[in-house]
Design a protein around this ligand. Structure first.
Ligand SMILES: [Zn+2]
Length: 229
């Protein structure tokens, strides 16, 4: 049966591109307090002091992202930036960022599995916010979201935790011991030994919203510059 979903027409800012690679392990060390990079900078840790996996950027000379998108994989730095700054995960910040937040809070799409596990109030998600046009586009083009995803606004979105790989110090160096199947909340004692690759947000003060109603009220639109190259 032919799919009723459109092929993606836009490459979201957060997705990984061909040619972007992890560059972490050669620079990783540990002491009694946990992991650190030999040449660590402020960008290597999030606001809760968790260390993040490093990944290259595949950019043109003009600073635009390039390379075939891997829609199933998110670039760690870009995913984290969208969460920390409440940016639309699809909009390209260098070009334009449409607002994700109004008087009801910040817009998220909660996938069906997440709602079942947590409910909408207090849902924990690794999907960064969206602007209204890109939330509509995601609902139209993503078959997974069609199975009961909800558009919500959260008045109190709160950084909740991270997902990644836990390392152990051995006589011959560091070794990954575990890629955890679920995210770990901030404050957990294992986090100093984790290299994070995705950030999770807990949605508080949730209101279910209708995207069509929001779109008809808004005057913003998807600029032509977002079309696939
Ligand atoms: Zn957007």
């Amino acid at each position: 049966m032919a799919s009723t979903f459109r092929r993606p027409t836009t490459i979201p800012f957060v997705v990984s591109r061909q040619g972007e690679e992890a560059v972490t392990v050669d620079y990783l060390e540990a002491d009694e307090y946990g992991l650190h990079y030999v040449d660590e900078t402020a960008l290597d840790r999030d606001s809760e002091r968790v260390l993040w996996a490093r990944c290259t950027f595949n950019l043109t000379n003009d600073g635009d992202l390039r390379g075939r998108p891997d829609f199933a994989s998110l670039h760690p730095f870009r995913q984290r930036a969208c969460m920390e700054k409440l940016l639309c995960q699809v909009c390209v910040p260098r070009v334009k960022n449409l607002p994700t937040t109004n008087e009801l809070g910040t817009l998220f799409i909660v996938p069906p599995g997440v709602e079942k596990e947590y409910g909408l109030e207090g849902a924990v998600t690794s999907h960064p916010p969206l602007c209204v046009p890109h939330a509509q586009q995601s609902m139209r083009e993503c078959p997974h979201l069609a199975k009961g995803a909800q558009a919500v606004r959260a008045r109190k979105p709160q950084l909740w935790g991270v997902h990644g790989v836990v390392y152990k110090k051995r006589d011959d160096g560091l070794a990954p011991i575990e890629k955890l199947s679920s995210a770990i909340p901030y404050g957990n004692p294992v986090l100093p030994w984790m290299l994070a690759s995705q950030m999770y947000m807990r949605l508080g003060g949730v209101t279910v919203v209708d995207l069509e109603t929001e779109a008809s009220r808004a005057s913003n639109h998807v600029p032509a510059t977002f079309s696939r190259r």
